[in-house]
Structures are given as C-alpha cells and as structure tokens.
Design a protein around this ligand. Structure first.
Ligand SMILES: [Zn+2]
Ligand SMILES: [Zn+2]
Length: 293
C-alpha cells in the first residue's frame, strides 16, 4: 500500500507543469516542458528524420476534419519514419539516485503483440517519479520514468488482436494508465486490474514488459533502458493496449495526462473508499497533486 500512499503526496511541480503554458515553466522542469504537448514540439524532430513535421501536422488536421474522429484508413506510418525500424527518438534517462536526468537518443521502440507505439504528447511528473529519482523507490537503472501520458497511436505491434486495432486505431488520441494490466492473470480476469500480478512482477520489479524485456535501447550502444510503467518522458513510448483508452478530441493532451494516475487515484479514494456521492460535503486533507483533483 505504500506505493499507493506515495501518490497522495505529490509535489507542486505537477500543478506547475499542468497549469502553466510551456513558455512560463521554470527551467527546473525543462524536461517535462520539452515533452508536453504542443502543436509544434519544442524538441527538434531532426532526430526523428522528420523534417516535414509541420506539414504533416497540418495534413493530419485536415484529415481530422471537425475533430470528431480520425480516419485510420488515411493514416500513414510514413509520416513517422518508423516503419523501417531504423528511426530513433530522444528521451530522459535516470541513471542513479540524486543525479540529473540526461536526454539520450534511443532506437525507435518496437511494440510487440498487444502493444502500441504512442507518440507522446503530454507526460505528468508524479511524486512516484521523484521517489525513484531520490532512490526512495528502488528501481532497475538506467530507466525511463514518466507514467502519466497522453499521446497519439502510431503503430500496433505485429499480430495484435484486430479488436484492439479497431478500438485504438492509428492516429487516435489516447491516455495511458500507470498500472498496465496484463489482462490474463488471476486478478485481471476478476476485474481487479490494479492488482495485476504481471505488472508488479515484471514492470515494477524488473522494469520490463511481460515477456521480461524492455522496449527501450540506447542508440549506438544498444544498452537496455528499463521502463517505469511505459517510460513516458520520451518522444515515443510502447504501451500495452490494456493500459490505454481513447481521449476524447475535446480534451487537451497536456492537462489530460494526469488522468491515468493522479485523477483515478483521487477518484478511487472518493468513489470506493469514502463512497462520496454528489451533494456530499467533504473535507480534503492534503490538497496536493491528488487532493486538488
Ligand atoms: Zn503517479
Ligand atoms: Zn494481470
């Protein structure tokens, strides 16, 4: 339970990240700033061999029409230059406690069956991330932190169930949950995704997905980088389909990033533990990142 209680003491950095425009954030949160959603990401896409990102963004907006839906039949992998497997991306790497993160080049991560490659649009900074940075939560290193993401579906892993492809088509806006349920274990099969055995045995204990491998490797050296959830502080991330749901196009990427951790942590406490109902009077103790939701 300590893991969950840690979510009740989030720092103001989350609020700052989510309530400020990128241009007003302090330099101390520059990593998060660089990875939050903008229509023209601050990180140069030269590293992705994507020199036409602006043009492609405009093209995509045209295809989106009134924003009511994305026609996946018109979506093109070519825009992301990942179909050949030769692309690369940048992301923030945690090396050891109390050392600054560094921005590194990665091979473009490859999703496997039942997984999606997501172009990260927003990523919150949770107190759990800070616990990892301080060494208060032991975790495999080097690793990519960040577990509150929104993004756009880029690609499905080979042999992914067509129902998943239909539910989360290429180009759709999605939000990720920090617990990434396997969908098959004893607890998942009973609907208790939050207790997923594989998530805790593989991701939290080893920094991998459920085949015991990470999807993140440094460009050049090929050194494995472990994943705290999906490793969201990167330009792209691989997420199991069970951890993704559609983000309505009416909701913004940046502010919605915390739906998959801070918001449902607060919702769970209110709806299930306190059984708060509309109209009830409540006292919120500890109005931090979670309490303010
Ligand atoms: Zn969190
Ligand atoms: Zn499970």
């Amino acid at each position: 339970m300590g893991f969950f209680s840690s979510h009740l003491s989030r720092t103001p950095i989350v609020k700052r990240l989510l309530s400020s425009s990128p241009s007003t954030l302090s330099s101390s949160s520059s990593t998060a700033r660089a990875l939050t959603a903008t229509s023209h990401p601050p990180i140069s896409h030269a590293g992705l061999h994507n020199n036409n990102s602006h043009k492609e963004e405009e093209e995509k907006k045209k295809k989106m029409g009134d924003g009511g839906g994305w026609d996946s039949s018109k979506a093109s992998m070519a825009g992301y230059h990942v179909s050949s497997g030769g692309g690369y991306m940048r992301g923030a790497v945690f090396w050891e406690p109390n050392k600054p993160l560094s921005i590194e080049d990665f091979n473009m991560p490859r999703p496997k069956a039942g997984e999606l490659l997501i172009k990260t649009k927003g990523c919150g900074v949770c107190h759990s991330d800070l616990h990892v940075l301080k060494g208060e939560i032991p975790f495999s290193n080097p690793c990519a932190i960040g577990h509150e993401i929104t993004g756009e579906v880029v690609e499905h892993g080979p042999m992914t169930d067509p129902k998943i492809v239909q539910r989360l088509p290429v180009g759709s806006h999605v939000v990720g949950a920090f617990i990434m349920p396997c969908g098959n274990c004893f607890h998942c099969s009973k609907g208790h995704d939050d207790l997923c055995e594989d998530f805790f045995a593989y991701n939290r204990a080893k920094g991998t997905l459920y085949d015991g491998e990470t999807r993140l490797f440094l460009r050049g050296s090929g050194k494995p980088v472990y994943m705290y959830s999906m490793g969201g502080l990167a330009e792209y991330c691989v997420v199991p389909a069970n951890a993704l749901t559609i983000l309505p196009s009416s909701l913004p990427y940046t502010e919605s990033a915390i739906l998959g951790c801070a918001v449902f942590t607060a919702y769970g406490a209110m709806a299930h533990a306190a059984e708060v109902r509309p109209g009830d009077s409540v006292a919120v103790i500890g109005v931090g990142g979670v309490g303010s939701r």
